[in-house]
Design a binder for this molecule. Sequence first.
Ligand code: DGL
Length: 277
Amino acid sequence: MSAAIVSDLTVNPDAPLGVFDSGVGGLTVVRALRELLPNESIIYLGDTARVPYGSKSPDTIRRFAMEDTQFLTGQGVKAVVVACNTATAHALPQLQATFRVPILGVLEPGVEATLAGGCERVGIIGTAGTIRSHAYQHMLAMRQPDLQIHARATPLLVPFIEEGWTEHPALESVLMEYLQPMLDRGIDTLVLGCTHYPLLVPVLRRLLGDSVRLVDSASTCAHRVKDALMAQGIVRTSVSAPILEIYLTDLSEQAEALAASFLGSEFGRVRKASLAG
Ligand code: DGL
């Protein structure tokens, strides 16, 4: 990422950050970015017309991620944050090789935060696409070869979250079904490998207590973005109010209501994005 910024002398520090996800889950990253970098403008793209990405093939995920990034670069963003674990796992190298702006994903910050906390037995949950890519497992094992890793695809969680059932007893049963084998193996850390999952932190804390550390890729990613902007001197300095523009590829009342719950606050008009296919 550094090389790309350094070589691009035309980067305007006041340009917005671009952030995309398969749907509205990536707004957890936007929320974390706004807390940490309140003066940055952000353009968010949620591909609600084609969500979920987690069950799609790697080729399709890469094609969608390319189109999402193309949309954001067309809006003049200074950097792109891939706020989707599935898209990061399958498409990050291709995006970085194709586009001129710096592109950051959510996996590496998650891996760093996992290891920085000190751990011996790690559980990872994510979409089928993320877990099948072995990206987290590989990156963790490369950096800490003696780490015990228990990864599990947890495809039922996104539908529960999108339904707003984050406190539903049925969700607790599903979570325990997924997590019990990991708990039996004594995991000390659980990586929330999906940008939807920060909304599960309250129920997970209740179910797991303090014995298991939760690593949330949204906040760790925001810290990485801050470090990168500061290191390259492209932090926004303008004193005018920063903008937040939200584009979705399919507009519906449900998606907009869900977006507000992910962002944790109200926002202005949501616009419809048309992607170049
Ligand atoms: N937000 C996506 C991720 O972080 C999950 C939703 C999907 O399957 O598209 O992987």
